[in-house]
Design a protein. Structure first.
Length: 172
């Protein structure tokens, strides 16, 4: 049983939601997808929030929803890739949860997100360049985690198994 929420961070396409679902099943606890919580609370899609209200409005909703879900226990929480930008979010996640960062390379992101239309920050003909800039900017924030796991070349099951081993070590 988890005593603190297990929080997955990582760039778009790092597999947070897929790994989170597997982990929640294995741990026998509920799975929460922060993006889905925001969409449910706002009654609008993420694309629509970005397009009509702008990124900052989305970030404010993201922080509010994080505060709600981080207090539910037990839980496995998959966050959106940009949750780590705000100092307060990182500090709340580190204080209240166990933060697992899923690392992913630029080529993998491009492969996994190929054709995606539901991510406003992954769009346009120059997506590879903007993704690279975003990844570079966020590197320092993703490092703020209890453990970092590289996901390149690994299956969802492999990554989940690595996290479960880490949780066992924490308990030992
Ligand atoms: C974002 C990542 C998305 C979503 C939004 C912004 C980001 O979540 O929160 O489009 O800033 O990296 P995923 O990481 O689940 O794709």
């Amino acid at each position: 049983m988890l005593e603190r929420p297990l929080i997955l961070t990582g760039f778009m396409g790092s597999g947070k939601s897929s790994v989170g679902r597997v982990l929640a099943r294995r741990l026998g606890c509920p799975f929460t997808d922060l993006d889905a919580e925001i969409v449910a609370a706002a009654g609008r899609s993420i694309n629509d929030i970005f397009a009509r209200d702008g990124e900052q409005a989305f970030r404010d909703m993201e922080s509010e929803c994080l505060e709600l879900v981080i207090n539910r226990l037990p839980a496995v929480i998959a966050t959106g890739g940009g949750v780590v930008i705000a100092d307060r979010n990182r500090s709340r996640m580190r204080t209240l949860g166990i933060v697992v960062n899923l690392g992913v390379s630029l080529p993998q992101v491009m492969k996994r997100l190929h054709g995606a239309t539901d991510r406003p920050l992954f769009a346009g003909s120059d997506a590879a360049n903007s993704v690279k800039l975003l990844m570079d900017d966020r590197k320092q924030f993703y490092a703020d985690a209890d453990i970092r796991i590289d996901t390149d070349g690994k299956s969802v099951e492999d990554v989940a198994a690595e996290i479960l081993r880490f949780l066992e070590e924490l308990r030992a």
